[in-house]
Design a protein around this ligand. Structure first.
Ligand SMILES: Nc1ncnc2c1ncn2[C@@H]1O[C@H](COP(=O)(O)OP(=O)(O)OP(=O)(O)O)[C@@H](O)[C@H]1O
Length: 251
């Protein structure tokens, strides 16, 4: 579903990403990990089109999207969530999800907004339920606890029916219970066929939810495999033993 080949990016002599290649299948969850400054965010931004790589290609379900803008990649099925949830604080959960569902029907967020309720309740309610938001429909987003706000963001992104979802540190700042609750929802979506690529610093999330783990150190991929294999990899342990994040699940 996603194929990244030979991706490289430098900033004024800093090789942030060096010839990174990997593939991601539909229905799988791939964690991109590495110490601070390893190049995860840069890699992520090259994949979704925010940054233009110096070299390399990105394919989405076989189509070369390397030259496309963020919005065009999104239209072709590449969705993303942000490290800090991006939602409109003044809307209720129902309004927000309704707008997202209606945007999908219109073919994109930027089409003219229809009058009245953005999407019928019959469409919104099951969608709220799917993301554990059934009881929160009338709550104003700006007043929601952060873990629920993340679900609203997720519900809106997935309302666009992406085939690949990129999540930049999805559980940053959350408690262990909230991290796992969010990732269980994401895993359900993956089981429905969504391909998920996420960066993450919490090792309980990486080793509890990823089907595969890709480890970056100083811009390059140093390990790529199933979690159990990665946890034992000497190069990975060496990279983490020297990092600010400690060894987490690698201990
Ligand atoms: N816009 C930029 N200009 C200059 N250097 C940059 C820029 N963005 C990133 N870098 C550098 O590229 C390297 C990789 O940074 P990046 O943010 O991709 O790492 P990361 O693995 O996401 O780190 P973190 O876990 O701390 O978010 C670092 O040395 C960083 O300082």
């Amino acid at each position: 579903m996603l194929a990244v080949q030979g991706l490289s990016k430098s900033f004024a002599g800093v090789h942030a990403v060096r010839e990174v290649s990997f593939g991601l299948e539909a229905g799988h969850m791939l964690a991109l990990i590495g110490p601070n400054g390893a190049g995860k965010s840069t890699c992520f931004q090259c994949i979704n089109g925010q940054l233009r790589p110096d070299a390399g290609t990105v394919r989405l379900d076989g189509a070369d999207v390397s030259g496309l803008a963020v919005a065009d990649r999104a239209r072709l099925g590449m969705g993303r969530t942000f490290q800090i949830a991006q939602v409109a604080a003044s809307l209720t959960v129902r309004q927000h999800v309704g707008v997202a569902l209606a945007a999908r029907r219109r073919g994109g967020w930027l089409r003219p907004r229809p009058r009245g309720l953005p999407a019928p309740a019959a469409e919104i309610d099951p969608w709220l339920d799917r993301f554990g938001l059934a009881a929160r429909g009338d709550a104003v987003c700006g007043e929601l606890p952060y873990p629920e706000l993340k679900r609203v963001e997720l519900a809106c992104v997935l309302a666009q029916r992406p085939r690949v979802l990129l999540m930049d540190e999805p559980t940053a700042g959350m408690t262990r219970d909230d991290r796992h609750a969010l990732m269980r929802v994401v895993r359900e979506e993956a089981r429905r066929g969504l391909a998920v690529l996420f960066t993450e610093h919490s090792m309980d999330v990486v080793f509890g939810f990823a089907d595969r783990v890709l480890v970056m150190v100083r811009g390059a991929v140093v390990a790529d495999g199933p979690p159990a294999e990665i946890e034992r990899d000497p190069a990975v342990r060496a990279a983490y033993l020297g990092s600010a994040h400690g060894t987490g699940g690698l201990a």
